[in-house]
Design a protein. Structure first.
Length: 230
């Protein structure tokens, strides 16, 4: 191989590998999360399908509670009423963020449920669908195929969404990127079960999280009050 040929060959290899790296970063959210502060509200970007963190409560509170959840998870469903109650009581004082972590190997409908909630969010009804999907978990958790899709479409109608747009977004790349991005963030911080809660970047003790699942908010409220300086 002549020197000129070798230079050309080397240049091609560099271009190919460079292209693969760029493609990997564009197609894999996990490749781009290294510098992200997972304890703060994450803004919209190409990596998350231009869908920012969903926030309930005070957007700039010094107290940030993050839940990594799975809409089909029974424990997440069990925790939902308590989290909803907490937000009603503390919503003008704390920031609550929900991030998707569907455990699809044991909850086959978890990702499509997350997609339904995210699709509703694209029409300004994220929290309404979030609550509806959790509170009707028993209705859709065992459905499949057309029955499952029809049920989520019915929820979209109940919330007076544009049904055609909802159905398009349900299986669209924007929503899929958001869910995959949330999963990558969850794995970065070490989440391996749901629900997992972080309060100002610190994982809630298992006993506190389990108490929430079982119906008690006493321990969590004590921690929130402590962080708020009450």
């Amino acid at each position: 191989m002549s020197k000129v040929t070798w230079i050309i060959f080397s240049a091609i290899i560099v271009l190919v590998f460079g292209g693969l790296i760029v493609y990997s970063r564009l197609s894999n959210p996990a490749a781009n999360i290294g510098s992200i502060d997972t304890n703060s509200i994450i803004a919209a970007s190409d990596d998350n399908g231009q869908i920012a963190d969903h926030v309930d409560g005070l957007a700039d509170s010094k107290v940030v509670l993050v839940e990594y959840g799975d809409f089909q998870c029974p424990s997440c469903g069990g925790a939902h009423p308590q989290i909803k109650s907490i937000l009603e009581e503390y919503k003008d004082r704390i920031t609550f963020v929900f991030r998707n972590f569907p455990l699809t190997t044991i909850h086959p409908n978890a990702r499509v449920a997350a997609a339904a909630v995210e699709a509703a969010g694209l029409q300004g009804k994220y929290w309404e669908m979030h609550n509806l999907v959790f509170e009707s978990q028993s209705e859709w958790k065992d459905l499949s195929g057309t029955d499952r899709t029809t049920r989520f479409a019915d929820y979209a109608s109940d919330l007076q969404l544009d049904k055609d747009k909802f159905m398009t977004d349900l299986s669209g790349s924007q929503v899929s990127k958001k869910i995959s991005f949330d999963q990558a963030i969850a794995k970065k911080v070490g989440v391996n079960a749901t629900p997992t809660f972080y309060l100002n970047g610190e994982k809630l003790p298992d006993a506190t999280a389990n108490a929430v699942v079982q119906g008690s908010t006493t321990e969590l409220k004590a921690l929130l009050d402590q962080k708020l300086g009450n």
